[in-house]
Design a protein around this ligand. Structure first.
Ligand code: SF4
Length: 223
């Protein structure tokens, strides 16, 4: 399996380029942004995050704001009446853990312990925990979004039936640590460009002969 993963990454990187990890936000910023990004577009979540940071000078101010006011502030991100109390509950749990509105101390923990703490926060699932670990801390974990999940099961790396949440553990066990970030980015790029949810463009895909889905959906003319 490592050889197959290496081949997949190499072929996709020949198409899309090699991804290099660069830090984005700090762990708490990444976590709050992840909550805002649930069930909405990147554009909407970035706007909601920007409005939140403009209105409140500190995370303490966010935690202590009237919840209806916070919901109004992030309305553009969708599901504001659910996300506002969730953000406040997470901030209060973060503060309760170490007496600070910061998760920078997670950088000192091994990945399993940092993940365990993140997963203990209210409403934080495997994807948001993985996003913080991957993008803010550079840890070798795979946030399984809709693209990573779809391309992975179509290729036959994981069964579709396990769902996105369980796919985190299964994919992390399959992908060599040194390739985790590049694999993650390559699959997202491929899911957006060619292996689309509707009508994957298998005829243009460099993975076609490696792909379980393509083999199963072969037509006589493509054989
Ligand atoms: S061959 Fe088709 S289904 Fe398989 S990865 Fe490529 S585009 Fe997706």
């Amino acid at each position: 399996m490592p050889a197959l993963i290496e081949e997949i990454v190499a072929r996709l990187e020949a198409l899309y380029g090699v991804a290099e990890w660069q830090p984005r936000q700090n762990p708490l910023e990444e976590l709050i942004h992840c909550i805002l990004s649930q069930h909405t577009s990147d554009a909407n979540s970035f706007r909601a995050y920007r409005l939140l940071r403009e209105r409140y000078p500190t995370w303490q101010a966010v935690a202590e704001a009237p919840v209806h006011e916070l919901a109004e502030t992030i309305r553009t991100g969708g599901l504001a009446n659910q996300k506002a109390p969730r953000i406040q509950a997470v901030l209060k749990a973060v503060y309760a853990a170490r007496g600070q509105y910061s998760l920078d101390w997670l950088r000192e923990l091994p990945t399993p312990e940092a993940r365990k703490f993140l997963r203990s926060l209210p409403g934080i699932g495997p994807k948001c925990a993985a996003i913080v670990l991957c993008f803010a801390m550079g840890r070798p974990v795979i946030p399984v979004d809709t693209h990573v999940f779809r391309v992975s099961w179509r290729l036959g790396l994981i069964p579709k039936s396990i769902g996105e949440a369980k796919a985190h553990d299964v994919l992390e066990a399959l992908v060599p640590e040194a390739l985790v970030y590049r694999f993650h980015v390559a699959l997202i790029r491929h899911g957006r460009a060619i292996c689309k949810a509707q009508n994957p463009r298998c005829q243009q895909c460099p993975l076609q002969e490696l792909c379980a889905y393509a083999q199963q959906h072969r037509t006589p003319s493509s054989a």
